[in-house]
Design a protein around this ligand. Structure first.
Ligand SMILES: [Zn+2]
Length: 106
């Protein structure tokens, strides 16, 4: 693996790991993590609360399914350091993309 990408020169916590660079470039690689059955109050219908975990960066994604369909998306829980305050600038996005190319072009 290549050295971590540093997005902001004066901020040591702004390093992105190789996993973060990869997930930011080609999206997460989800594996099923948990499925919990929930019975809705006043209904016999069962809902399933599903979580997925990225096998690279350990981000979590959660949603609820009823009768085999996603009915509610609960969002993501990102690992520490994945998100960059204020989002990435166009230059930082370029840096992430270039780091991805460097990482996998050996
Ligand atoms: Zn990921």
């Amino acid at each position: 693996m290549a050295a971590q990408l540093k997005l902001v020169e004066e901020s040591p916590e702004s390093y992105l790991s190789d996993a973060y660079v990869t997930c930011r470039t080609i999206n997460h690689s989800w594996d099923p993590y948990t499925v919990q059955v929930q019975t809705r109050q006043g209904s016999k219908e069962r809902a399933h609360y599903v979580t997925l975990k990225c096998n690279r960066c350990e981000c979590f994604k959660a949603f609820t399914m009823i009768r085999g369909r996603v009915v509610r998306r609960h969002g993501y829980v990102y690992p520490q350091g994945y998100l960059v305050s204020g989002g990435l600038s166009p230059q930082q996005k370029d840096a992430v993309g270039n780091a991805f190319i460097d990482l996998y072009s050996h």
